[in-house]
Ligand binder design. Sequence first.
Ligand SMILES: Cc1cc2nc3c(=O)[nH]c(=O)nc-3n(C[C@H](O)[C@H](O)[C@H](O)COP(=O)(O)OP(=O)(O)OC[C@H]3O[C@@H](n4cnc5c(N)ncnc54)[C@H](O)[C@@H]3O)c2cc1C
Length: 458
Amino acid sequence: MSTAHSITRRAADALRADVTGRVFLPGDLGYDQARQTWMLTVNQRPAMVVEAASTADVAAAVRFARSYGLRIAPQGTGHGAAPLEPLESALLLRTSRLRGVRIDPDTRTVRAAAGALWQDVAVPASDHGLAGLAGTSRDVGVTGYTLGGGIGWLARRYGLAANSVTAAELVTPTGQLVHADLEHEPDLFWALCGGGGSVGVVTALEILLYPVTELYAGVLFFPVQRAADVLNSWREWTTSVPDEVTSIGRIVRIPPLPTVPNQLRGRAFALVEAAYVGEKGAGADLIAPLRKLGPEIDTFATIPASALSQLHMDPTEPVAAVGDGTLLTDFPAAAADALVGLAGADADTMLISIEVRHLDGALRRPEADGSALPSIDASYALYGSGVAAAPEAVATVAEHAQALKAALAPWHANYSFYNLADTPAPAQALLPPEAYQRLKQIKTSYDPDDAIISAHPV
Ligand SMILES: Cc1cc2nc3c(=O)[nH]c(=O)nc-3n(C[C@H](O)[C@H](O)[C@H](O)COP(=O)(O)OP(=O)(O)OC[C@H]3O[C@@H](n4cnc5c(N)ncnc54)[C@H](O)[C@@H]3O)c2cc1C
């Protein structure tokens, strides 16, 4: 494979003439902006950046990279950039300009171009009384999130986003544009659904939408001193709720920013966040045992599906975040206590958010047609993150995230989850063993030179 030095200005100019998007080499004006990711702690320095403006640009960039011996790293927002390997010998293929979204209310599907964000889908889908299986954040990319599985607020009711993909359009490592679904290129389709993006550069996904217009959803805020009581009550409660309820038990330390409301600013809380696909009356009955604990703030109300992206209070601007997570087989009292020991009121931690997501429900039921990740064989997911205000703080925040994971090691599942693994990890650590073996065969067959770099290598 070539290094950055082998891409001459003349070669870059030839590519520029071939694409409608933009091409940058190190040193070019605009290179630093083009290589920037949502995760401000990531400092990727690719040999070249192409900001594709069309599917044809993606194909041209792939062919160019292959002819110059560069590997190819597809990227939309860069929310998932933390685990990526160094890109010095790679062409970074940004899809962030490809944001087109087309809703088909008859088939209840959306066709989302590779760079579309979930907010691009949520609003037009809601005009048709439909919702997609978005995650907690409105500006995470549909493509990266979905290829990695995708666990959102409707997950216990409708499963992983990856298992709602009906078709994908991608440029293969040889530069061919292909359509993949259950009948055409079924191996590629299988590998993309939950297996990450290692077999090509996706240019669009077609995904099912669901008839969800409103939900009963909200957050209960308790002072962090009550974390043990709240997390233990929440975890017991999760064992009895129907699949229509997806919820998160969480400890947060809210920064003292002027933009934060007075009541929250600079304080720490134990939270229960939940979304119920159903009506207010039944939702209030379900939440009642947690309400009885006497939250300081209670935001539960009937909300439109498009407002779900505000429930988790994810940052909307790029952040110098450091985090990591994994899957848990269970979250018993001892696990909750271990978590509170590391993140409760008296803890000395740089993590500002520690969350446990309740899984099971539809996430546990294997999809009939199969995908690289047909179901999740774990009942909870753990994720902890902090902000590194200065580069020197990155290592300390990372240590705290690893300490959190280690404290819950007795309950780790056999494999982790693609989208939550922010430290470099091979795909082998993130998929069931049989799925990984098949993914490896497909990768070898379609990409024998390992030209496509994915967040977690195969
Ligand atoms: C604030 C925040 C909230 C999150 N919430 C959730 C959540 O609720 N549920 C959940 O499951 N995950 C969640 N995640 C994790 C998120 O889903 C992953 O980081 C995901 O990879 C982001 O996708 P992206 O396209 O935005 O990121 P990118 O960094 O652009 O892409 C991530 C990876 O996806 C692959 N990829 C992207 N585009 C293509 C393409 N066109 N072709 C082939 N491969 C491609 C590449 O391997 C790339 O490295 C969250 C992350 C953050 C930072």
